[in-house]
Design a binder for this molecule. Structure first.
Ligand SMILES: [Mn+2]
Length: 313
């Protein structure tokens, strides 16, 4: 499959809608990511057993990949002035394997998978799955890089302490307890559900503040908080308003616009970015692929930022 030509504007014999949509952005498939020449490895984690609301994020990777077929025709994605393929090698390693009904197999296999990617000097772009999948990913990242500065977009802080072992609402509580996150340099954006201030170690830009201050204000706070630390971006799609992301398990009204989110991701250029995930896309509740397309677009924007950080212009 890696020899399969990419469908692009130049391929007059294959219309854009002829894409199989099997991999993210039609990036080549790699079965052994550590052995490939990719700089960024895409993985899907079709796991939603930790969700507390509506299930369905297990189909998130599939939805995002399929929606990304709508983005492949631009040689250089607007407003960037270069083609991503000329500056960044990306491959799709497919979905992480695990045993249905045995969540610990997902935890173990995902951490090992991301660990192999990082040990070979690459970085990871991971599609959930519910947000719990970020915990094994962060374990792998912390093992390689030490505690990471977290840039976390979400309607929920996911720092609740009273949850269950496999719980998409407690992962950042555990991540802090386990020392995976550099809390002094971490920030949460778009929060609009209850959380406890006691012992809460993150800076929070709640949804009202985000709406009042816009992308420029948000970026100023992110840059002041993160500085030059190694930064990991975790984007729960429910950080967006349900108007922009209806297809998710626990939607909350009053969130970010897609325009704002894209400007913020684009504005992360210059930060020391080492990884990203996009989680909680649940295509069964989606309409016209709005949510899957949003997830795919945010991830693609992140890849352009990585290329720009390498000097592409
Ligand atoms: Mn959330």
């Amino acid at each position: 499959m890696s020899d399969m030509p990419k469908a692009s504007v130049a391929d007059a014999d294959l219309p854009i809608y002829g894409s199989l949509g099997m991999t993210f952005m039609e990036f080549p498939v790699v079965s052994k990511p550590a052995d490939s020449d990719a700089e960024v490895v895409v993985s899907g984690v079709p796991f939603d057993m930790a969700t507390s609301g509506r299930s369905g994020a297990r189909f998130g990777p599939q939805g995002v990949r399929q929606a990304s077929a709508q983005l492949i025709w631009e040689g250089a994605r607007w407003p960037w002035q270069f083609a991503l393929d000329d500056h960044l090698k990306v491959a799709d390693s497919g979905n992480v394997l695990f045993k249905h009904g045995e969540p610990q197999t997902m935890v173990d296999n995902l951490q090992a998978h991301i660990g192999q990617i990082l040990e070979s000097g690459k970085s990871a772009l991971t599609f959930g799955g519910d947000h719990f999948i970020t915990l094994p990913v962060l374990r792998a990242y912390a093992k390689k890089h030490g505690p990471v500065a977290l840039i976390h977009f979400d309607a929920h802080t996911d720092t609740y302490s009273g949850g269950t072992k496999y719980d998409h609402g407690t992962l950042f509580h555990h991540a802090v307890e386990e020392g995976l996150v550099d809390t002094e340099h971490s920030i949460q954006i778009g929060i609009r559900t209850a959380y406890t201030l006691d012992g809460h170690p993150f800076e929070v830009l709640d949804a009202a503040w985000v709406g009042d201050h816009g992308p420029q204000g948000i970026l100023e706070r992110i840059k002041a908080r993160v500085g030059d630390k190694k930064a990991y971006v975790s984007f729960d799609i429910d950080g967006l308003d349900p108007a922009y992301a209806p297809g998710t398990g626990t939607p909350v009204s009053g969130g970010m616009t897609m325009d704002c989110a894209l400007k913020v991701i684009r504005g992360l250029q210059g930060l020391n970015l080492i990884g990203m995930d996009v989680v909680e896309v649940a295509p069964a509740y989606d309409h016209a692929e709005i949510t899957s397309l949003a997830g795919a677009t945010l991830a693609l924007e992140y890849l352009y930022v990585l290329a720009a950080n390498k000097g592409a212009a």
